[in-house]
Design a protein around this ligand. Sequence first.
Ligand code: 13P
Length: 250
Amino acid sequence: MREKIIAGNWKMNKTVPEALSLVQEIKIKLTRSDYKVVVIPPFTALYSVGGAISGSPIKLGAQNVFWEDAGAYTGEISPVMLADLGVEYVIVGHSERRKYFGETDEMINKKLKAVLAHNMTPILCVGESLEDREAGRTINVITAQLKAALDGIPFVDIENIVIAYEPLWAIGTGKTATPIQAQTVHAFIREELNTLYGNNMGDKVTILYGGSVKPDNAADLTGMPDVDGALVGGASLKAESFLGIINNAK
Ligand code: 13P
């Protein structure tokens, strides 16, 4: 089902005390209930943040996952472990993981399947580089990423996936996609889902925009018909700016 979501990806930031102080402030000051609010702390703070938001409408997300349930995979975290902590959303295929840690479409596909198998919601990130955009390849890149990530995923599971369109050139750069640029790609993703799965699947999937979302551009971006919310990086690290985005969202 298509939901409205504002999710904060804290990336590699916040010790446990810092994470707790941030989430307590968000919890106390959150007034809006039409958007689902998801906080995505680093692994080390998942347990404490999960405890702090228990009983509140705020949901817990994780930034990454490995695809096996258990075993000799030093340093990895399994979907079983995340589900055990009350994690409901898992970011899969973030561009920083693709770029710095060599995540391939094949790995992303396995992770997506693992998250779904444990009844959590993957937030699948797709997005083009500046070079791709300038060369007119945006749509080709997004199509290839979607097809590879969704390969072999049954029709019934597609509605349970959230897609985040995060153009690489807009992440952490302060350069946001214009509302029209975001809307164009979001509408294309819906068309592509309709082509791949039929049954108006494109209308049923939640698609978030990510890349330099701030309180002052949140209304215009979320005001676009195919933008269901935002995946926020830098501005989710302070309660004031994260709540500003939530409050300004259309
Ligand atoms: P910024 O909001 O810092 O640009 O990060 C976006 C992002 O990568 C969210 O996953």
